[in-house]
Ligand binder design. Structure first.
Ligand SMILES: Cc1cc2nc3c(=O)[nH]c(=O)nc-3n(C[C@H](O)[C@H](O)[C@H](O)COP(=O)(O)OP(=O)(O)OC[C@H]3O[C@@H](n4cnc5c(N)ncnc54)[C@H](O)[C@@H]3O)c2cc1C
Ligand code: SF4
Length: 502
């Protein structure tokens, strides 16, 4: 364990050194107005300092400008901004983590393919259907019709990640931007702002010693980073997590993660686990939690947050946490409904499914009778040598869209999906499941269980809190350089379509 940790730190340090040489903001960078080719500037949305247009960091507060691409984007103004050309998929080179999910999801052969760690779109073949948009786990693809913007629907937040409800902050994927590095940076910045208003170790004017300065909801990369910053700033805080530590990452089917650049974690320093396994990342986080004594309560699902005078009441199953500030770091996967059967907490159970190929060759039981369950079953049925059973307690799949009914009937007729109507899963064991079918108990060999029986979307949670969801137009620009960077191997002559934030 010690050797692994030392080796990990040494490797991380080396990569960080290399990366910093390439990407750190230069301390002696010329001011924006000093001539050369850096004549154009904009003001940093966080600190107001002038930032040369080509600079990726603010020379004033040192924060990567990319973090504010949604905050700084204008509100969407009608349909005209969407352009009028043929719809085409557009991959964000700065977001793509190279998982290949979009390639498997696209119904048009060759319209999207992998070049190294980057997905690229072939304009001639892409019909803009958009299955890839829904499939991408990091929100790295959009379908545009020639507009220079990407329209997104996001909660309204300011440059400190505070929402329109004063005192409530939204960080990480819940705010509309994917990637572990963004989540870590946003969590840290939000709590930096809270600490600037509520300095650690000082008596509070409200005199309530029991109240938390900040309650953080969610222990993914955003929530953990927010908690570490709160710990560092000596705030009275707690992190509440509905599942286990960093539940979303723990439940990835994929083994490898990509952190494209180092991120600075409060109380830890720079972390860069390029192409690391998810286990490595989780091990690092668990070590940080153990070493710092971070105050995380797992198995606590937050149901509601309401304002009560000067405080917020964060409620979970009868318990109430009084807080001066709340950081919502809940990701965008929401709270899936659970079956409540023995074995459901094990690693072989998933509530969301991306990267179908990770399950190839397995015996998979999908539970549910709606579109999401049927779509999961159909996607898995296309994986080689995969046995897919679809368990539903109803008598037929009459709740699904006609398009899915047609595909499901075909897959059933071809023996690719085995339907199990009037069935209820009773127990999940490492290599089998126990299921009741029309009152008869059966044991079936099983590798994976996918439960898709609905749940609460995070936007519903936000709307109940009075947080506004708005449409914004995020500028995008074609970036041939990115295609030809070390991350990808496409040549300029390829018919590719790759973008990054403008
Ligand atoms: C399959 C897959 C592969 C990916 N690969 C990469 C990659 O290689 N590199 C990369 O940078 N990014 C990758 N991502 C994206 C990355 O994982 C996310 O952007 C990142 O995890 C977002 O962090 P977060 O903290 O905002 O949210 P999450 O990691 O989703 O964490 C949210 C946490 O909040 C908890 N929560 C939710 N609701 C409640 C509630 N009501 N009460 C209490 N707790 C709650 C959840 O259980 C969860 O633990 C991948 C994503 C997926 C799905
Ligand atoms: S991250 Fe998104 S765009 Fe990149 S390969 Fe995966 S699904 Fe495709």
């Amino acid at each position: 364990m010690l050797l692994t940790t030392l080796g990990f730190f040494a490797l991380t340090g080396f990569f960080i050194w290399l990366q910093l040489r390439k990407s750190a903001p230069s301390s002696d960078a010329a001011p924006a107005t000093s001539g050369g080719n850096m004549t154009s500037t904009h003001n940093c949305v966080r600190c107001g300092a002038p930032v040369p247009t080509k600079s990726t960091y603010c020379p004033g507060c040192g924060v990567a400008q990319q973090l504010f691409e949604i905050v700084a984007a204008p509100m969407a103004l009608g349909a005209t901004a969407l352009g009028g050309g043929q719809p085409k998929a557009l991959v964000r080179a700065d977001m793509c983590v190279g998982c290949g999910t979009c390639v498997a999801a696209c119904p048009e052969d060759g319209a999207i393919s992998m070049r190294g760690k980057l997905a690229v779109v072939n304009d001639a073949l892409c019909k803009g259907i958009g299955e890839c948009v829904a499939a991408c786990p990091v929100g790295g693809i959009s379908v545009t019709t020639g507009a220079a913007v990407n329209r997104v629907s996001v909660p309204l937040i300011d440059a400190n990640f505070m929402s329109n409800v004063p005192g409530i902050y939204i960080v990480g994927e819940l705010g509309g931007r994917g990637l572990i590095k963004n989540a870590i940076n946003e969590g840290k910045l939000a709590v930096e702002h809270i600490a600037s208003e509520l300095p650690g170790g000082e008596a509070r004017p409200d005199g309530d010693e029991d109240a938390f300065d900040v309650v953080i909801v969610g222990s993914g990369p955003a929530g953990l980073s927010a908690g570490l910053e709160a710990h560092k700033e000596h705030l009275h805080y707690v992190i509440l997590e509905q599942g286990s530590l960093s539940d979303t990452v723990r439940k990835y089917p994929r083994k490898k993660l990509l952190l494209a650049e180092p991120v600075s974690i409060p109380l830890y320093g720079d972390l860069w686990v390029a192409d690391a396994s998810k286990e490595t990342l989780l091990e690092v986080w668990e070590t940080i939690v153990a070493n710092t004594g971070l105050n995380v309560k797992t198995g606590v699902k937050v149901d509601r947050v309401v304002r009560n005078g000067a405080f917020f009441e964060v409620m979970s199953d009868g318990a109430r946490y009084r807080a001066r500030r709340v950081v919502l770091a809940m990701g965008r996967r929401g709270t899936p409904r659970r079956l409540g059967v023995p074995g459901e907490e094990t690693e072989k159970v998933f509530y969301d499914i991306v990267e179908m190929e990770a399950f190839a060759g397995q015996k998979v039981m999908v539970v549910g009778g709606g579109d999401s369950a049927v779509e999961s079953a159909l996607g898995l049925a296309n994986q080689p040598n995969t046995e897919v059973r679809l368990s539903y307690r109803g008598t037929d799949f009459n709740r699904v869209k006609p398009r899915n009914t047609e595909k499901l009937n075909k897959a059933i007729a071809e023996g690719k999906v085995i339907p199990m109507l009037q069935s209820e899963l009773r127990e999940i064991q490492p290599d089998r499941v126990r299921i009741e079918v029309e009152g008869n108990s059966m044991i079936l060999p099983n590798d994976t269980v996918i439960i898709r029986i609905g749940g609460e979307a995070p936007t519903t949670f936000l709307e109940k809190l009075g947080i506004r969801i708005v449409d914004k137009d995020v500028p995008i620009q074609m970036d041939v350089e990115a295609v030809n960077s070390g991350a990808a191997t496409a040549s300029p002559s390829d018919s590719t379509h790759v973008a990054r934030a403008g």
